[in-house]
Design a protein around this ligand. Structure first.
Ligand code: UDX
Length: 420
């Protein structure tokens, strides 16, 4: 199949490369020329397990390339819209890029006569495809849905760090299809994966994505709240989770209590659906609480530290800046509120991460960064572990320093866990 992908960010690039690897002809289209050049040179603009090898393999196969030329859409059968939908100040999703991409794709279709399917992959408030994307596409292309134009919603469930294997081995492929054209094409495209396909109406597919992320975030805030109670009662929540997980109604995954969730999806998507609920006059009590618990959780670590020493003037080593291990992404990392609070309270902050120093330095140029965790810890009066990088687990690197562990990775001589 000939595929165009609008947006070469995290989702777009992984989608494009994986579809090319499955034997399709793919062109990734982006407005940033330098990014396009980097990709075509065989260098990935994002850090992701296995992406460098995949990119080189796809470029060598000549089934994959990147371009800034939107008119290329006309040479393909199907277009995936994978542009960013950041949060507006009120928490709703900003869909400006979705609008502009839809318009550009619609215009490009003017140069094509055969059928075309447009698939929305960006996370949006349910109904966006039907009420925003489709009318823009129809107006710009002069086509009507079902008459030369198919539209679909196909959310992604990729986790950073395992995105390629998540794409190739999905638990399910969700297809929100508005017409026969898009349904048939997407079923054919995903058939080689041999995974279950859930086909639903457009808005249902949009809600499946949002509700899945909101549910997982809820699970994390729930274990964090129960973990806080456990801590107060002298119970180790990690053992509680082990005892809960074997019940298939609960499941063993996403029971890691700790400093809370960050990243590009969970905070944004919970805020988005909660904001929509408020806008509709509904009271999203659980979703509001999920966000509140997540805001408070990292600050608990600073409070725990303050119970042991006067933070003003002490040197605190923050280990882990990425929002989780296996990525260089610092978006909504729980280290951000922690470092902010530590600086506010007069601490001298030193920090380490295996991948995310560059990104964090843009937010906090004033703190000192170390390339090696041992050097970072050496002169510190206390240590806060914010990301579960395996390198932080060795107890000997802390000797008898005070360690507040927000991720349950170590058992050093003088450590205190956030929920244990
Ligand atoms: C998530 C979803 O998992 C994925 O399906 C969706 O497409 C995008 O959002 P990602 O943000 O890459 O993926 O990371 P994930 O591994 O889900 O972790 C998100 C955050 O939750 C991290 O900050 C992580 O540390 C935290 N987390 C996760 C916990 O605090 N406890 C857990 O038990 C699991």
């Amino acid at each position: 199949m000939r595929i165009s992908v609008i947006g070469s960010g995290y989702v777009g690039l992984i989608t494009g490369l994986c579809l090319a690897d499955l034997g399709n002809e793919v062109v990734c289209i982006d407005v940033i020329e330098s990014k396009v050049e980097t990709i075509n040179r065989g260098q990935s603009p994002i850090f992701e397990e296995g992406i460098d090898e995949l990119l080189i393999r796809c470029l060598a196969s000549e089934r994959f390339r990147a371009t800034i030329d939107i008119s290329t859409v006309a040479q393909t059968d199907i277009t995936f819209i994978c542009v960013g939908t950041p949060s507006n100040p009120d928490g709703t999703w900003n869909i400006d890029h979705v609008r502009s991409a839809s318009k550009a794709v619609g215009k490009a279709l003017g140069q094509k006569s055969s059928d075309h399917v447009v698939v929305l992959k960006s996370t949006v408030i349910p109904m966006t495809c039907e009420t925003v994307v489709l009318p823009i596409l129809e107006a710009a292309s002069g086509r009507r849905q079902g008459h030369g134009l198919g539209v679909a919603v196909n959310p992604e469930f990729l986790r950073e760090g395992t995105a390629i294997s998540d794409f190739m081995n999905p638990d399910r492929v969700v297809i929100g299809s508005g017409d026969h054209l898009s349904s048939a094409l997407l079923r054919e495209l995903y058939a080689p994966l041999g995974r279950p396909i859930v086909e639903v109406p457009l808005a249902t597919a949009e809600m499946i994505k949002v509700a899945s992320n909101a549910f997982l975030a809820t699970k994390i805030s729930f274990v964090n709240e129960v973990g806080n109670i456990c801590k107060d009662m002298g119970i180790d929540f990690r053992s509680v989770a082990e005892g809960m997980g074997p019940d298939p109604r609960i499941g063993p995954l996403f029971l890691n209590a700790g400093a809370g969730f960050g990243g590009s999806c969970f905070p944004k998507d919970v805020r988005g659906i909660a904001a929509e609920a408020h806008r509709r006059g509904l009271e999203p009590l659980i979703l509001d609480a999920v966000l509140e618990v997540n805001d408070r959780q990292p600050l608990r670590m600073v409070e725990m530290l303050a119970r042991s020493l006067d933070i003003n003037g002490v040197q605190v080593a923050v280990l882990g800046l990425a929002f989780k291990p296996g990525t260089d992404d610092v978006r909504e990392s729980r280290s951000i509120p922690v470092v902010t609070k530590l600086l506010e309270r007069g601490a001298k902050v030193v920090a380490h991460d295996y991948q995310a120093i560059e990104g964090f330095r843009k937010l906090f140029p004033e703190i000192t960064y170390y390339d090696c965790p041992e050097d970072c810890v050496a002169e510190a009066d206390a240590v806060l572990i914010m990301t579960a990088w395996p390198g932080y687990s060795r107890p000997e690197m802390y000797d008898d320093k005070l360690v507040i562990d927000g991720r349950g990775v170590t058992r050093s001589k003088n450590y205190e866990g956030i929920c244990w």
